[in-house]
Design a protein around this ligand. Structure first.
Ligand code: MUC
Ligand code: MG
Length: 396
């Protein structure tokens, strides 16, 4: 027997609708504590893109869509995100029902292509507002929190081996991090492998050492690199070759014993499905921006789990908003075998929260308040805004 389900409710929310009144985009430039050197860019500052959704019940929701090195890492720049959110997304959202984040996102998905990072910021703001409205942490809207604290890796990327070793030793002594990811891929493969081996030798069993090549190697360089890194005691190699080369990833995984992680290759659930089907990675780096938002990141994680792959909670070096949004979602994953790298705010020289995030004993503790569970320092935001800086220059 075929069941026919009446669908005359599509425009009729079963609750009292709450109108979205406005969408604001704030672009902040914040210097990093030291240059952060990746194969694709050297960061001296992070440009944070924050989205605030204002609702008629007086509740604001916040989201973030930061990327790395302008257009060096992803297809969206801070400037394109601001333009696309203001010009194309905000008009679709204003007047829509804030109490249904799913419906709001459906409106956007039906009218827009791409723009995963911007969509992530908007979706985060919608869920933050709705969770605040309901008086529950954002994690409650994604199945509920399983972990109250998440292990946090640190990235060593000063570009100098001795400085990286000193930094790692300091982090171990402070009990802030015991997992270190090295950014490699700028130098010849043998030099990078020697750099990684020296760091692992210095830290020994006190730390897990991993590398991220950010797509810099060719197939043959990766074959050599993975062998040398395995001999050096490196636990994991992240995205050694081009993001689109799924077949190359499959081959590398089949011929090596060191664990292989997909990062840039994962642009949401479709890539996750394809990579899992091909067995082209051992571990997925789940990122809310790269996935296109919290819901799609949850789907990426579900695919990994179904395929028996390991999970790692990744970052785009977001500030506090994107970091805690990621943490809220990752706290609902039953297993996070490879931990997380949600250290973004610690790389920045400026604090934008009224009360900083709680990093101690190698972990980030999740806030318990409603929504994201954080309070932004509005004076600090006003001070750090890029458009304010321009005004100051113009006046001075
Ligand atoms: C990446 O590719 O993983 C994450 C940590 C870090 O230092 O850079 C990012 C991006
Ligand atoms: Mg990576």
């Amino acid at each position: 027997m075929t069941m026919h389900i009446e669908n005359d409710m599509s425009n009729q929310p079963s609750h009292h609708p709450i109108r979205i009144e406005g969408v604001d985009v704030l672009v902040l430039d914040i210097p990093t504590i030291r240059p952060h050197q990746l194969s694709v860019a050297t960061m001296r500052e992070q440009t944070m893109v924050l989205v605030r959704i204002r609702c008629e019940d007086g509740i604001d929701g916040w989201g973030e869509a930061s990327t790395i090195g302008g257009l060096a890492y992803g297809e969206e720049s801070p400037e394109s995100m601001r333009a696309n959110i203001e010009r194309y997304m905000a008009p679709l959202l204003v007047g829509a029902d804030a109490a249904s984040p799913g419906h709001c996102m459906h409106l956007l998905h039906a009218s827009l292509q791409g723009n995963r990072f911007s969509l992530c910021a908007v979706e985060t703001a919608l869920f933050d507002a709705q969770a605040r409205r309901m008086g529950v942490p954002l994690s409650a809207l994604f199945g509920g929190r399983i972990h109250d604290r998440l292990p946090i890796a640190w990235t060593l990327a000063s570009g100098d081996t001795a400085r990286d070793i000193a930094e790692a030793q300091q982090m171990l002594d402070l009990r802030r991090h015991q997992v270190f990811k090295l950014k490699i891929g700028k130098r010849p493969v043998r030099d990078d492998a020697a750099h990684a081996a020296a760091i692992k030798r210095a830290l020994g069993e006190r730390a897990s050492v991993r590398v991220d090549v950010n797509q810099a190697w060719s197939g043959t360089e990766a074959m050599l690199g993975m062998r040398l890194l395995e001999d050096a005691g490196i636990d994991l190699v992240e995205q050694p070759i081009a993001a689109g080369d799924h077949e190359g990833m499959r081959r590398l995984r089949a011929m090596n014993r060191v664990a292989l992680m997909a990062d840039e290759a994962l642009h949401g659930p479709q890539d996750a499905f394809r990579l899992a089907e091909l067995r082209a990675a051992d571990v997925f780096a789940v990122k809310i921006t790269q996935s296109g938002g919290l819901v799609k990141a949850q789907q990426v994680a579900a695919i990994a789990q179904a395929a028996n792959l390991g999970l790692y909670g990744g970052t785009m070096l977001e500030g506090a908003v994107g970091t805690i949004a990621s943490a809220q979602l990752f706290s609902t994953f039953p297993a996070l075998a490879w931990g997380t790298e949600l250290f973004g705010p610690l790389l920045l020289t400026q604090e934008i929260l009224a009360e900083p995030l709680d990093y101690r004993d190698f972990a980030l503790r999740l806030p318990t308040g409603p929504g994201l569970g954080i309070a932004l320092d509005e004076d600090k935001l006003a001070f750090l805004r890029r458009d304010r800086a321009r005004t100051t220059v113009a006046q001075g």
